[in-house]
Design a protein around this ligand. Structure first.
Ligand SMILES: Nc1ncnc2c1ncn2[C@@H]1O[C@H](COP(=O)(O)OP(=O)(O)OP(=O)(O)O)[C@@H](O)[C@H]1O
Ligand SMILES: [Mg+2]
Length: 699
């Protein structure tokens, strides 16, 4: 398999970095939004406050102008002076008063509103009163009209050139003169003062025919820039504060109209620069951005570094998988840490161990098949060698005194079981075509047959005729035991299909296994440790399944364990020992099932037997698997039983020094004389084996 183009560490690293960068950017964004939210309302209320302040200040100045004009018109010497009509003298007098009151101009108008005297003009520039018929050249400001009508007035005065003044006018009855106006220019000094007082930029304007015309302003802008600013559509007088952009700078602005004079309207715009207001925030933001940008490479580096740490054990697992795929089971694995990867490594180690066992077992079974001359054993040849193997290891007396009546004399070829003339080719019950004998055991012959109805291979074990001839109680018990055994459905338990009645004898119909018995495998020499482990584990699994159904085997021995060609194990004859056994007395133990080689002490003593008896028998088998001999050998069945009851088994490592101390301890515990000292269940035994094998593998 080609290695991935982008490794996990880079993917995880990129993800972690992206997360970190995302967090940094989100932080900066959040500060920016917060800043804008806080700054907006603050600026708006500041602009509104400043507008009010300007309006108040203008009102105060107009009061003062009003007072000055009233003083003048109520001053008889001044009126007399004006009435004399000597313009240069009047101008001088007024100019003196200008500096006295810190004003910018006085204008005296005649009854038609025509200017007679204007302090801003030289003596020669003053107009002499026009003949009564001539209309004024420009519209008369409203405040002047009011004064001419006899009432003092105040407001704005806008020159034709757009210059704006604060003005107060009062009626003056002195010769030609009909009204006097005092003017204070809305110029640079005034707006600077106001800016200082309010902290707000100001642009005064008047309204001309083409739109708003800028007057004095605190903004450093050219006249055309100011005209553009005032052209902004949001600047409707009296509206709420409005955001506008003036030559690249953002402002919050509010407009106030100071004059309701239609002919000469004027007002001002109060502005606060958003950028300047946010300058300190922006400094913080810039610092944040700089810090964020500086953090990004660090986040990237740390992301990749952490990702590498996290993914390193996974990468090791991947490499190990590749090597295992190529058949190398010794690839180094990451240590078993308490996290998920460690657990995965543990499970992987276990799987590799099992694979190794399977491979070794396959190889071993393959080699064994080569050693067994003649290939498939099903034609009775295998059965003969099974039988001979079964009897070969028995003590001499047992061979002389066969396990059950007629067992040793029975051959696979005949129907001594009670079924007459059974032979290959015969069809029993119109259904089972007998193919070949598979072997003969303590109870009868096992035949390979073809179930013509279901179209599958089966094995038929024909039991001795006396089983059927027994008392009705025993026959019933037999039935029950077989029925119970049928319930066990597990891959490591040979399936019992049904109990057949064949020509006066019972026969057990069961699943056919294409393989050999463990007894035969053991006869081929010591199994590799891993193969032994694999078999032992499967035996435990099968036992556990049977025990869960309440069935105890009671005659567990290598002859009752079938191993198929792929190393799969099936335990045979569940329920049979109990069913065929007439009683539990020790006197019958030796003859009961044909071999005491695997019998538990409690069974030998005829005591109560439970699942732990199977644990013991499994222990004897495993001992044989790993040490190539049984724990107890004796010259007679009785001596053998006694050894099971009393004798300590030789330490397994004294027979096979390659065994680990852990495995030795497991075997000895399974062989404990007292059931309560053994593993309480097949599962416990299996788990102990697993621990012993992984401890051995890790060592
Ligand atoms: N279902 C089966 N499929 C294939 N072969 C079988 C099957 N059952 C038994 N055999 C073969 O027949 C042989 C005899 O089995 P049998 O159970 O009769 O004798 P045993 O197990 O040696 O002794 P016991 O009678 O105490 O169980 C077995 O060793 C095995 O080789
Ligand atoms: Mg058997």
């Amino acid at each position: 398999m080609a290695p991935p183009r982008i490794g996990l560490e880079w993917k995880v690293g990129a993800l972690m970095s992206a997360l970190a960068v995302g967090l940094i950017l989100t932080g900066i964004g959040a500060v920016w939004v917060r800043m804008q939210r806080l700054a907006g309302p603050a600026l708006e209320s500041a602009v509104l406050r400043a507008g009010d302040q300007v309006v108040d200040d203008v009102a105060a100045r107009l009061d003062r102008l009003d007072l000055i004009t009233r003083l003048l018109v109520n001053d008889p010497p001044f009126r007399a002076y004006v009435a004399e009509g000597h313009l240069p003298s009047v101008l001088d007098n007024l100019k003196d008063r200008l500096s006295l009151y810190a004003l910018d101009a006085f204008v005296i108008a005649d009854a038609r509103g025509t200017t007679i005297t204007d302090t801003r003009k030289p003596v020669g520039g003053q107009t002499t009163p026009a003949p009564p018929a001539a209309p004024p050249s420009a519209p008369v400001p409203r405040l002047l009209t009011k004064a001419l009508a006899g009432a003092p007035a105040r407001g704005f005065w806008v020159d034709p050139d757009g210059a704006i003044y604060l003005a107060a006018a009062a009626p003056l009855q002195a010769g030609e003169a009909a009204a006097i106006v005092a003017l204070e220019a809305v110029g640079h000094d005034l707006v600077s003062d106001l800016r200082q007082a309010t902290g707000t930029e100001l642009v005064f304007f008047s309204r001309g025919p083409g739109g708003l015309v800028p007057g004095a302003s605190t903004l450093r802008m050219s006249r055309s820039q100011l005209t553009r600013l005032l052209a902004n559509r949001g600047l409707a007088a009296g509206g709420p504060p409005h955001r506008l952009d003036a030559d690249g700078e953002e402002f919050v602005a509010q407009t106030a109209l100071l004059s309701d004079d239609d002919a000469h309207p004027a007002g001002f715009v109060a502005l606060r620069s958003v950028d300047r207001e946010l300058a300190s925030f922006q400094k913080i933001q810039a610092t944040l951005v700089a810090a964020g940008l500086a953090t990004i490479p660090v986040a990237l580096a740390l992301g990749v570094l952490f990702a590498r740490r996290i993914t390193r054990p996974i990468a090791a697992l991947v490499r190990a998988t590749e090597r295992v795929r190529a058949g190398d089971y010794d690839a180094p694995l990451p240590p078993e840490t308490p996290d998920e990867v460690g657990v995965l490594a543990g499970a992987f180690r276990m799987m590799v161990a099992q694979l190794k066992e399977k491979d070794e077992m396959d190889a071993w079974i393959g080699a064994l098949a080569l050693r067994v001359a003649g290939g498939p054993r099903e034609a009775g040849e295998g059965a003969v060698s099974e039988t001979s193997a079964a009897t070969r290891d028995l003590p001499a007396r047992e061979k002389a005194a066969p396990a059950s009546p007629g067992a040793s004399s029975r051959g696979p070829e005949c129907g001594h079981d009670g079924v007459q003339s059974i032979a290959p080719g015969r069809i029993l019950q119109d259904r089972f075509r007998i193919l070949a004998p598979l072997g003969a055991g303590g109870m009868g012959t096992v035949w390979k047959a073809h179930d013509e109805r279901l179209g599958e291979m089966v094995a038929i074990k024909i039991l001795p005729a006396q089983v059927m001839a027994a008392e009705p109680d025993r026959v019933e018990q037999f039935r029950q035991e077989i029925t119970l055994a049928r319930r066990i459905t597990h891959r490591n338990v040979l399936r019992t299909h049904e109990l057949l009645e064949l020509e006066g004898a019972w026969a057990i119909l069961m699943e056919y296994v294409d393989g050999v018995s463990l007894q035969r495998l053991l006869a081929g020499g010591r199994l590799p440790l891993s193969a032994g482990m694999r078999i032992a584990r499967q035996i435990c699994d099968g036992l556990e399944a049977a025990h869960a159904q309440g069935v105890v085997h009671r005659d567990l021995k290598p002859a009752n364990v079938m191993v198929d060609s792929s190393g799969g194990v099936k335990i045979a004859d569940f329920g049979l020992a109990r069913a065929v056994d007439a009683g539990d007395g020790p006197s019958r133990a030796g003859v009961r099932m044909g071999t005491p080689l695997y019998m538990s002490p409690e069974q030998a003593l005829g005591r109560h037997v439970d699942r732990r008896a199977d644990v013991y028998s499994a222990g004897v088998m495993f001992y044989e698997l790993f040490c190539a001999r049984r724990p107890f050998e004796a010259s007679s069945a009785l001596a053998l039983l006694r050894a099971h009851i009393d004798a300590p088994p030789p330490p397994p490592r004294s027979l096979n020094p390659t065994l680990s101390p852990d495995l030795e301890a497991v075997l000895l515990r399974a062989l404990a004389k007292d059931p309560s000292d053994r593993y309480a269940s097949a599962r416990e035994l299996s788990e102990a084996l697993d621990r012993a094998s992984t401890a051995g593998a890790a060592a």
